[in-house]
Design a protein around this ligand. Structure first.
Ligand code: IPE
Ligand code: MG
Length: 213
């Protein structure tokens, strides 16, 4: 999800407002996933590198996270959404950690996964997985995979990055090995379910060979 800041700047608004509109885009998108038949959606909300941003912006993002969990948890439960966090969320403020763990527990019976990447970095994830695998005495693709945050999620089919940037920025590097990529020139607050549907239609036309022929 990229482009909140530019969305606000284009309108002469504070970045904070861009992030707020970004949350609204998330809400609409999550609601649209069920009729679209999407069983697993992962959102890159806060990277392990986002701590480098000015303190007031980080604080604002944390505030939005608190508010999002508070307002949307009941809807997740009602709509069979199973919340999952990828990343080291335990580094967040204790009250957020508590809210997250409460939300994880209350949505644990859900069948459609909404994974939110929080304090997530793919390189860090790979080092962590390799360390855990080594502790168990096995280094192999499957052993590493078992220790990734995504171990209980289906393989990544499609990765979408908004805002026109064409890079992965430390997101799901391992999982991207055979994922299809979609780089969309739309700022995140403007990204609608229709844009997602376009990306899915495009994805459906691709031929995936996984190195075969
Ligand atoms: C993405 O929007 C949101 C987060 C990283 C939380 P940005 O804040 O990166 O927006 P731009 O890239 O400055 O437009
Ligand atoms: Mg950005």
């Amino acid at each position: 999800m990229d482009g909140n800041g530019r969305w606000a700047k284009k309108r002469g608004l504070p970045r904070a407002l861009g992030h707020q509109r970004g949350v609204e885009a998330v809400r609409k998108l999550v609601r649209a996933t069920e009729p679209m038949g999407i069983d697993c959606l992962t959102l890159y909300a806060f990277s392990s590198e986002n701590w480098k941003r000015p303190e007031d912006e980080v604080d604002h993002l944390m505030g939005l996270l608190r508010k999002f969990i508070k307002t949307d948890l009941e809807e997740f439960i009602a709509n069979d959404v199973k919340l999952k966090i990828i990343g080291d969320y335990k580094a967040f403020a204790p009250d957020i950690v508590e809210m997250i763990e409460d939300a994880l527990e209350k949505t644990s019976d859900g069948s459609r996964i909404l994974a939110v990447a929080l304090n997530y970095g793919a390189q860090q994830e790979i080092v962590r997985a390799a360390t855990l695998a080594a502790e168990q005495g096995e280094i192999s693709e499957s052993a590493l995979e078992r220790h990734l945050y995504t171990s209980d999620m289906p393989p990544l089919d499609l990765l979408i990055r908004t805002s026109g940037e064409v890079r992965l920025s430390n997101f799901l590097l391992w999982q991207c090995a055979y994922a299809e990529m979609s780089f969309v020139d739309v700022l995140w607050p403007d990204f609608t379910p229709a844009h997602l549907q376009n990306a899915l239609d495009d994805f459906a036309k691709r031929e995936r060979r996984y190195g075969g022929r």
